[in-house]
Design a binder for this molecule. Structure first.
Ligand SMILES: [Zn+2]
Length: 260
């Protein structure tokens, strides 16, 4: 294998993969995607995520957290339960958390509280925080402006912002941006932004089964397809795929403290 990639954000435990989950992990491994990081969503997703990580302990690594779209009335209870899990097994990050104002604006105050609680975990446990930001950069920046310090690090997953937002993220000091299939969508305008973001601040992801890159846009996404994101990034930066792989893999190893 001439290069290795890390899919830093993939939901392989979801039922979209019930028929071929292990086949698909193997296909990723054959493509050079040697490690897949699994963000948790809610209480219901935990067991399946753990099971996949147990089946591929050298390749699949779990995170623990509550997705902003799943912050319901009982979120404090859910978070208390999730918090106890950190002493029971190893997680590579807290997440995914963040704020989503696309699907539901009415839960904003609870989403902010849930996000802040998870930021506190990340600081205390010395883990990165994985942030989902949809129509919510201002709200997230408001929280981070308040709580960021030199113990906090993390990722804005599926980054689709503008250059000003990218610069603000970099200025926090400990943050990187995760690039996925949207980079391959011409109309997104993301390539123009990414041209000016240093490679040192970028990692790769699929967000499988969602946001499938070209040439498979519209079909189910899978971790092997992170290669198409890497190829697009190589084209945008006018460097080799090998160089993209080397740098983004090193970035992910540093962010998630993975052995190289
Ligand atoms: Zn996700």
């Amino acid at each position: 294998m001439s290069f290795t990639l890390i899919d830093t954000h993939t939901h392989l435990y979801l039922d979209a993969f019930d028929d071929d989950r292990h086949v698909m992990v193997k296909r990723a491994l054959e493509t050079g995607v040697t490690r897949m990081l699994l963000p948790n969503i809610d209480v219901a997703s935990i067991d399946g995520m753990h099971a996949l990580c147990d089946a591929f302990p050298d390749n699949c690594f779990p995170m623990m957290g509550l997705h902003p779209c799943d912050v319901k009335e009982n979120f404090r209870e859910v978070l208390n339960r999730m918090e106890t899990l950190f002493s029971q097994r190893k997680y590579v990050a807290v997440g995914e958390t963040g704020i989503d104002l696309y699907w539901d604006k009415t839960t904003l105050s609870n989403q902010i509280e849930s996000f802040e609680i998870q930021v506190e975990w990340a600081k205390r446990l010395n883990l990165p925080i994985v942030i989902h930001a949809r129509d919510s950069f201002n709200e997230i920046f408001e929280v981070l402006d308040r709580v960021n310090d030199d113990t906090l690090r993390g990722v804005f997953h599926c980054f689709t912002g503008n250059l000003e937002q990218a610069r603000k993220i970099i200025d926090y000091g400990g943050f990187m941006m995760g690039l996925g299939g949207v980079l391959t969508y011409e109309k997104s305008g993301l390539t123009e932004v990414v041209k000016d973001i240093p490679l040192e601040s970028l990692i790769l992801e699929t967000d499988s089964p969602f946001l499938t890159p070209k040439p498979y846009r519209g079909k189910r996404n899978e971790s092997a397809y992170v290669k198409f994101v890497a190829e697009k990034l190589a084209e945008v930066k006018n460097i080799s795929l090998q160089e993209v792989a080397t740098i983004t893999t090193a970035n992910a190893e540093e962010m998630f403290r993975l052995p190289s």
